[in-house]
Ligand binder design. Structure first.
Ligand SMILES: Nc1ncnc2c1ncn2[C@@H]1O[C@H](COP(=O)(O)OP(=O)(O)OP(=O)(O)O)[C@@H](O)[C@H]1O
Ligand SMILES: [Mg+2]
Length: 234
């Protein structure tokens, strides 16, 4: 569904991503893990059209979407939940969810159907649909950020560190939902610094170090590679 080939990206003189290859098959949950500053966000932003890659390609279901603007990428079917849960604080939960529909072609019926699905998936958002996003807890804001991405009914969902800064109990709730999405056929690329969490839920794992993919495989394979586990967990 999503294929990244030899992707390189820089921030000025900083070569953040070097010849990264990723394959995210339809219906799979693929994790990209690695410690601080290795290039995970730059990779995600390059896929989502928020950062222009220096070279390499991004293909969505066979279409080359490299270098497309983020609006076009969303319309093509890729939704990013950016690092640091960006919701609109002065708008209500419902209004935040409604914003997403401006970014992908949709009509009123689609909106109601998708809104219903998102509220079913996140009962807490259903309870708080009239509240201002700025008044929600961190975990609820992250749910809202994920819900807003889902409102575009994406073919591929990109999640950049959804667990960051959240209490463990909220992380559990969030990851149960991510698992539900996976089980119901969603295609997901998940970036996580919490490698243990990523290994527990994913079908395939890519390990990144200093801008490069240094290992990939099923979680069991990765767990069996001592040098990779040492690099991840010390
Ligand atoms: N806007 C920027 N300007 C300059 N350098 C940047 C910028 N954004 C990221 N970098 C650098 O690029 C490299 C990769 O950063 P990136 O944010 O992609 O890593 P990351 O794996 O997502 O890290 P984290 O785990 O902290 O989120 C780092 O060396 C970082 O300092
Ligand atoms: Mg990051």
């Amino acid at each position: 569904m999503l294929r990244v080939s030899r992707l390189s990206a820089a921030h000025g003189a900083v070569q953040a991503v070097r010849e990264v290859d990723l394959d995210v098959p339809k219906g799979s949950l693929v994790a990209l893990i690695g410690s601080n500053g290795v290039g995970k966000t730059t990779t995600m932003n390059s896929i989502a059209g928020l950062h222009r890659p220096a070279s390499g390609t991004v293909e969505l279901d066979g279409t080359d979407i490299t270098g497309w603007t983020c609006h076009k990428v969303v319309r093509a079917g890729v939704a990013l939940v950016a690092e640091g849960r960006r919701v609109a604080p002065p708008l209500t939960v419902e209004e935040n969810l409604g914003l997403a529909t401006y970014s992908r072609r949709s009509n009123k019926a689609d909106f109601r159907a998708q809104y219903g699905r998102v509220l079913d998936l996140f009962p807490r958002l259903a309870e708080r649909r009239g509240q201002l996003a700025g008044m929600l807890s961190g975990g609820e804001q992250q749910m809202l950020a994920v819900g807003r991405a889902l409102m575009t009914n994406p073919d591929v969902l990109l999640l950049d560190e959804p667990s960051m800064g959240l209490a463990p109990s909220i992380v559990d709730v969030l990851f149960e939902t991510i698992t539900t999405l996976h089980e119901t056929g969603s295609t997901i690329l998940l970036v996580e610094q919490n490698a243990e969490l990523a290994l527990a839920v994913s079908d395939q794992v890519y390990v990144m170090q200093r801008g490069r993919i240094v290992a990939s495989g099923e979680p069991e394979e990765i767990r069996g590679r001592d040098e990779v586990m040492t690099a991840l967990f010390g």
